[in-house]
Design a protein around this ligand. Sequence first.
Ligand code: SF4
Ligand SMILES: [Zn+2]
Ligand SMILES: [Zn+2]
Length: 314
Amino acid sequence: MKCIRCGGEAVYRRVYSGEVYCARHFVSSIEDKVRSTIRRYRMLDIDDRIAVGVSGGKDSLTLLRILAKIEKSFPKAKLYAITIDEGIEGYRSGSIELASREASRLGVEHIVVSFEELYGSTLDSMVEEAGRRGLKLTPCSICGVLRRKALNYTASRIGVDKLATAHNLDDEAQTFIVNILHGDLFRLVRTKPVTDYRKGFVQRIKPLREIPEKEIALYAYLEGIEFQSEPCPYRGVSLRSDVRMFLNIMEDKHPGIKFTVVRMWDSIRSVIEENLPEVELRRCRLCGDPSISDICSGCSILVSLGLRSYQPLT
Ligand code: SF4
Ligand SMILES: [Zn+2]
Ligand SMILES: [Zn+2]
């Protein structure tokens, strides 16, 4: 196999497009794709202050590395890395260390914020408490909502314009199917490559949304990025894991199907949105974040775990 750009020895063939690349041109093809995704969805302005959510896994460290390269051409832009320490024993501390090392190598300020300091409890203790109380909350449903809230809080506190997250093509395709299976029309429409501007929420962007997960893994390997490869101990107990497995089987049989799912989502989103009544956001009575109900989903989890108190209005 020969690279289509230089004729050198190839290391990768994109089954869905037929492109074949050597290591150097594979790396540049990924960076070009990220640049074109940023351009296509107008994700960034030249003087943006950008926070990157960095967990220490391959996706977020790859995103940080690529944005740091892109930032060099935009001297007025500034990058920060934010890591949320959920408090998962034996798992999170290693990845924080890797995130810190990479941020300092790139000269990017790194901010670490924990669930314990924000919410008064670690994720491990929350999961135990949810079990004691017989709540139907999975570890990932607690973690996902509270991490999003923590990232938004930290990004607002440092005053950035954009919050970049490392969702890749696989994540995006899974999210679409999961939202359908949950019957969650609101989230199906609101989850976008660039979220709408809403007071109280930092705009989120997903520059890796067109890169398949396995290509990110290869990029990280070829670029020598040290990342945490050990899976989270809670992974595997969610609907998303089943959807991930299903999509991987489909992709093997029908290369390109994850792209089709994401493109389909992009094209129906605006049609549904036009026909949906505008949902008026209020302020959460406990934390002040924008919310569609009296209290936001994060505070509602904290209340159910006994970490906040709340008196409903009668
Ligand atoms: S697998 Fe679930 S619990 Fe673990 S970090 Fe991801 S969302 Fe959180
Ligand atoms: Zn080449
Ligand atoms: Zn709230």
